[in-house]
Design a protein around this ligand. Structure first.
Ligand code: PMV
Length: 331
């Protein structure tokens, strides 16, 4: 029996993907930019079976002792992905499998668990069917499962090109993990699952009256962010990160139906981060689709950031992440 093992990181987006113009091919409305994160990852163990009817997905959640069979919703999303993958790459063969997927971080809490899972599955299926896909093709394969997954395939700091069709919408590494010692400290304020899936959010993003102006703004912000990244201008980079997160959440809160991912603790921590900056500790926030705050800082400020946030009553746990490599097979 063939077994494939894969480890794949989640990523934190500095420029976010929100809304698409083709939900099946997952084609975004702008470029996006992210960093793979070292301590939030998924490990996948896939056993291939001869009987195509044997299709099992089991998940071990953060801090759970054991694997549990995926619920009907997660299994059906995965099986849809499996079918899209085969169709996209013209794979006729159907296989059976026993997949065990384990997460090092809380699921569905705004830490892009779909990014590490679908990027990992793209690589696993590539090997299951012996397709020999290139990194670019793998990033496209991951995208079919979840937009953010496209960015977990390459190493380090990753750019997802919007493109104008499926072939041109792929991710590539802008810089290796050691290019810049940025850190993403995730401040967990809630282990609860988010109020709406990002899948549902993308579908109605454009109903926000702010959506079109966000897309216009993004053209400028994306260029500025890239320039700040190239110069390693952390003040500019961090300021743009915060503006981007606010623009994203303004759209979320004004789309129909409105989605509120933040809770009171998220807002308190945003204010506290501003206060920390007044003490000359440079750190900035960003949020994905969830209540948990990602604190972006440089290594030289890490100790001070940790000490300050560990003492805040809103914080349940801090997860410190360094820039990481992308999806890999493991022994
Ligand atoms: O990949 P999805 O469909 O889970 O969407 C990701 C959405 C955000 O995390 C909010 C932004 C991003 O680019 O990661």
């Amino acid at each position: 029996m063939k077994t494939i093992k894969v480890k794949s990181p989640a990523n934190i987006a500095f420029i976010k993907y929100w809304g698409n113009h083709d939900p099946h091919l997952v084609l975004p409305n702008s470029d996006t930019f992210s960093m793979n994160i070292s301590h939030c990852f998924t490990t996948i163990n896939m056993e291939i079976h001869d009987d195509p009817k044997h299709k099992i997905l089991a998940i071990k959640k953060y801090r759970d002792a054991d694997f549990e069979r995926a619920n009907a919703e997660s299994l059906s999303r995965f099986l849809k992905y499996y079918e899209s993958f085969r169709q996209y790459f013209g794979v006729k063969k159907d296989i059976g499998f026993d997949i065990r997927s384990e997460n090092s971080f809380p699921l569905k809490a705004g830490i892009a668990s779909s990014s590490s899972f679908f990027s990992g599955m793209a690589l696993a299926l590539n090997h299951a069917f012996n397709l020999g896909l290139s990194e670019r093709e793998l990033s496209i394969a991951a995208r079919l499962g979840s937009g953010s997954a496209t960015r977990s395939i390459p190493d380090g700091y990753v750019w997802w090109h919007q493109g104008n069709d499926s072939k041109s919408s792929f991710a590539e590494s802008l810089a290796a993990p050691d290019y810049w010692d940025l850190i993403d400290v995730v401040a967990i304020v809630s282990y609860g699952e988010k109020s709406a899936t990002s899948h549902a959010g993308h579908a109605t993003a454009s109903t926000s009256p702010l959506y079109q102006s966000r897309l216009k703004e993004l053209k400028v912000r994306t260029k500025e962010m890239r320039a700040a990244f190239e110069k390693k201008d952390f003040t500019k980079f961090g300021t743009l990160c915060e503006e981007e997160a606010i623009s994203l959440h303004a759209v979320m809160m004004t789309q129909r139906p409105a989605i509120y991912y933040w809770n009171g603790a998220s807002i308190e921590l945003m204010k506290k981060l501003q206060q920390l900056r007044q003490q000359n500790i440079e750190a900035y926030y960003t949020f994905d689709a969830g209540a948990n705050m990602h604190i972006i800082t440089e290594k030289k400020h890490l100790k001070a950031v940790q000490k300050y946030f560990e003492a805040q009553p809103e914080v349940e746990e801090l997860i410190v992440n360094y820039p990481a490599i992308g999806t890999r097979l493991i022994k």
